[in-house]
Every structure is written in structure tokens, then in C-alpha cells.
Design a protein around this ligand. Structure first.
Ligand code: A2P
Length: 268
């Protein structure tokens, strides 16, 4: 008698092919993988990804990553940090075109348009790789259908760390899908904390001093018109959230949309 083949696990990650890899600094890189036709997500969500397990491992190491590409794209893009001794990124940073990356099946997350009440302006506050979910949302036509103005802030330590975002925003001008919709609706505010730059300081400082509003030509945050999404380290989220709450905005979720939402960016 021959043994029956074990049933494939419907929740197991799918094996996807690396299509492109780009390195920005010794700490940052982005990569694209193939997208299974059945894979659906909302712009701004995150998903578990990993690498095929090695012989010495019981199961593959999987980590939650924000999807940086928009929901309509046929490829899936990620923007990642490289941690020399990070369980996943120490290996992931070495991937090349043609390699295999494991992709989970259940995208989730709160940095989605559905978790916010309608408003006039959408602020996206990001630090470091926290720009990833917003890289997805600023390429989604729905973002511009729902808001009159979109203000993406990105704060990093050094200039080279801004290049992924700067390049992306520049490329949107000629984007066949959202290029025309964006017009002057999208404002990209970049600031640095550890190098000379026209706008210096953490997002928290820019909010406290009002430099953000001066720079954007917008009034101070108000719960009637403004919606906010926050993505960065735990400390950045807590500090920024406290300030946003100070302006009178309340936190929302998928089940109870409100005026701002937060999510921690991947760190390991
Ligand atoms: P700083 O250089 O003053 O620490 P990291 O690479 O450590 O995640 O930092 C990314 C950016 O986030 C840096 O510009 C850093 O500023 C800033 N940052 C770190 N902690 C906070 C915080 N609690 N609130 C706001 N911004 C922060």
C-alpha cells in the first residue's frame, strides 16, 4: 500500500520569486516579489514574509512587513531595514533576483483608509522604514478620491535614508494611474535629525513648534478636517500619538473608524 500524500496546508505561505532588489544604504533596501493572482490586500496593510527554512530550522522565520506597493500592482514591494544579526534581515538583505521569498496569506493592519472617518486632509507621519505603508497608499487612487490634500512626512537620521521616498514621490508625477490625480494634492515633507538639512528635527518637534504647518501651509491639526496615520518605532508612535491626541483627534480602528490610526514599523 502506498502512503497518501499529505493534504497541502491552505494557510501555508506561498513561494514567490524575487523580481528586483535595490539597496539604498548599508541599513536600507527594497525588493519586489511576484504576486499570486489570488492574493488580495488593502493598500497600507502588512503581511508575514520569510525565507525558505534551512535544514537546521524547524520552521521558516517569518516577520510582519508592510506592503509598500499599492493594491492594484501586479508585483509586491517591501522596504526593509538590514539588521546585521537580525534573525530574518541578516539573510533577507542578501536576496537576489530569482530567489524565493515566502509570502503569508492573510494581510491585516490598521493603516487603511477604511479605519478613518472622511476628512479634508490626510497626514501620514513616518520615520525610517515606517514610510512603507504610505508608499502603498500614495500610489492608490482611492487616497486622492477621499482627501483633498495628502501630506506625507518622512523623518530619518541621514539624507541617504530619504532616497527611497524621494525617488518614489518624484516618479509619481509620471505615473499613468495616479499622476494626473495627484496634481498638487500630495505634499512630501522630509526632515533629518542627524545631518544638516533645510528642515531639521523629529516629527514630534515639528508638531510642537508648528514648523510642520508652516512648511505645509496648513492650519494646526483639527479633528473636524484632519486625519492622521502614524508609522515608526514604538517610541515615535507613543510620542507622536500623544501630540495628535493633544490636538483633539481620537484613535480609530477597522471596526471603529475615527480620526487617527497607528502602527509599529518592522524593526528586526
Ligand atoms: P533621532 O535621530 O533624534 O533619534 P531610527 O532609525 O532610530 O528608527 O530613527 C528614525 C528617525 O526617528 C530619526 O530621525 C529619529 O530621530 C526619529 N525618532 C526616534 N525616536 C523618536 C521619537 N520618540 N519620536 C519622534 N521621532 C523619533
Amino acid at each position: 500500500m502506498t502512503a497518501l500524500n499529505p493534504k497541502p496546508n491552505p494557510n501555508a505561505p506561498t513561494e514567490e520569486t524575487v523580481l528586483n532588489v535595490e539597496h539604498y544604504t548599508d541599513r536600507l533596501f527594497s525588493f519586489e516579489i511576484s504576486r499570486p493572482p489570488s492574493f488580495r490586500f488593502r493598500s497600507g496593510e502588512f503581511i508575514m514574509i520569510g525565507l525558505p527554512k534551512r535544514e537546521t530550522e524547524k520552521r521558516p522565520i517569518m516577520r510582519a512587513y508592510s506592503i509598500a506597493s499599492p493594491a492594484w500592482d501586479e508585483k509586491i514591494e517591501f522596504f526593509s531595514i538590514k539588521v546585521p544579526d537580525g534573525p530574518l534581515t541578516s539573510r533577507l538583505q542578501k536576496i537576489e533576483k530569482g530567489d524565493t521569498v515566502l509570502l503569508g496569506r492573510k494581510p491585516v493592519g490598521t493603516l487603511v483608509l477604511d479605519a478613518l472617518l472622511p476628512g479634508k486632509r490626510l497626514y501620514m507621519f513616518s520615520t525610517g522604514t515606517g514610510i512603507a505603508p504610505f508608499a502603498s497608499l500614495i500610489r492608490d487612487p482611492e487616497t486622492y478620491e477621499r482627501f483633498d490634500q495628502v501630506i506625507l512626512t518622512h523623518t530619518c537620521r541621514q539624507k541617504a535614508e530619504l532616497s527611497y521616498g524621494l525617488r518614489l514621490v518624484e516618479s509619481l508625477k509620471d505615473d499613468p494611474l495616479v499622476g494626473d490625480m495627484i496634481g498638487d494634492k500630495l505634499l512630501h515633507v522630509t526632515s533629518l535629525t542627524r545631518e544638516e538639512y533645510p528642515l531639521k528635527g523629529r516629527i514630534t518637534t515639528l508638531l510642537e513648534t508648528g514648523a510642520l504647518f508652516e512648511n505645509s501651509g496648513t492650519p494646526p491639526l483639527n479633528p473636524k478636517e484632519d486625519r492622521v496615520m502614524i508609522c515608526g518605532s514604538m517610541d515615535m508612535i507613543n510620542d507622536t500619538k500623544a501630540l495628535v491626541e493633544g490636538f483633539g483627534l481620537t484613535e480609530g480602528s477597522n471596526s471603529s473608524p475615527a480620526e487617527f490610526v497607528v502602527e509599529k514599523s518592522f524593526v528586526g
